[in-house]
Design a protein around this ligand. Structure first.
Ligand code: ATP
Ligand code: MG
Length: 278
């Protein structure tokens, strides 16, 4: 039996075979129990580990395990999923939104990490804790889905169309249309820059998800142009149940002319790559 484990900064992902491939996600507070369960279930399995905490996991639970580099595992696993889905593009860009975000270009099966950013799923969790005191990912994602980011963000139309600062005699109530702005009035002028709004927890979480989506797509657009990428795949557990983040990624990708998609089971790319390598 082979078992691939990706011990990332936030979550442990496991891929194993038992009448078909199984995918499992585990939080670190349940790691000890889960690893001991694995060892009882498959004492003689070949373990292949990857991710930032692979060496520590090996030391603590699987002294015989092999370790493969995170970047190789992620790209090999993702390539496998892409081929299975039947999408043979020559030049791909893989965007892994984990705790932070990594960009990989994949060309003719060869891969290279080309860019990284500290803005990712960890940013969503961290801002979530500051804004709401809550630490549960699904709850924070649920709040984001209920919010209105415009209560927290400053839009281009807020700058170009805003007459509220004028004395009322000078025509405060005249409407200035978005069209007078040199760019789309709905674009963000400043994330969290609406300092006169009174955003709720929901609004703040919606703005956080939007900021992560917007920033990620802007970096993706730059990388895709430089490397002539034909197709973009967004992966990583950050997408899990975070509909506002996903919607933002697709909307901004389309807006910037990127052909982007989510890869089913993409968050298991690293674990799958480890599983496949043994
Ligand atoms: P990295 O690759 O950066 O070392 P990682 O591999 O642990 O980190 P992922 O598992 O891809 O990263 O994604 C982690 C993110 O997934 C979290 O920051 C959070 O936004 C989101 N997430 C989804 N489900 C959970 C969960 N149950 N607990 C914590 N975070 C979750
Ligand atoms: Mg990871």
């Amino acid at each position: 039996m082979r078992i691939g484990i990706d011990a990332g900064g936030t979550l442990i992902k496991i891929v194993y075979e038992e009448n078909g491939l199984h995918f499992k996600r585990i939080e670190y507070n349940e790691a000890e129990q889960a690893m001991n369960w694995l060892k009882t279930l498959a004492p003689s399995a070949d373990y292949v580990l990857t991710g930032g905490k692979a060496a520590i996991l090996k030391e603590a639970f699987f002294p015989e395990a092999a370790i493969i580099p995170e970047f190789t595992a992620t790209c090999e696993g993702a390539l496998h999923l892409i081929k299975e889905a039947g999408h043979p593009h020559k030049r791909l860009l893989l965007v892994n939104i984990g705790t932070g975000t990594s960009w990989y270009k994949i060309e003719d099966g060869k891969h290279e990490r080309i860019l990284g950013s500290g803005v990712g799923g960890g940013t969503f969790m961290g801002l979530g804790r500051i804004f709401t005191g809550k630490a549960d990912h699904q709850r924070l994602a649920g709040l984001a889905a209920e919010g209105n980011r415009e209560k927290a963000d400053l839009l281009v139309s807020d700058i170009y169309g805003d007459r509220s600062w004028l004395p009322s005699t000078a025509g405060q109530n005249k409407r200035v249309k978005d069209v007078e702005a040199p760019i789309d009035g709905k674009l963000t002028a400043g994330n969290f820059a609406n300092i006169t709004g009174e955003p709720s927890e929901e609004d703040l979480m919606a703005a956080a998800a939007n900021m992560i989506a917007e920033t990620t797509v802007l970096l993706t657009k730059g990388a895709a142009d430089i490397h002539h990428s034909e197709k973009i795949y967004y992966i990583g557990s950050s997408l899990q149940g975070n509909e506002i983040l996903k919607k933002g990624l697709l909307t901004y990708s389309r807006m910037t002319g990127l052909d982007a998609a989510f890869l089913p089971n993409g968050e298991y790319s690293g674990a799958l790559g480890a599983y496949l390598s043994s």
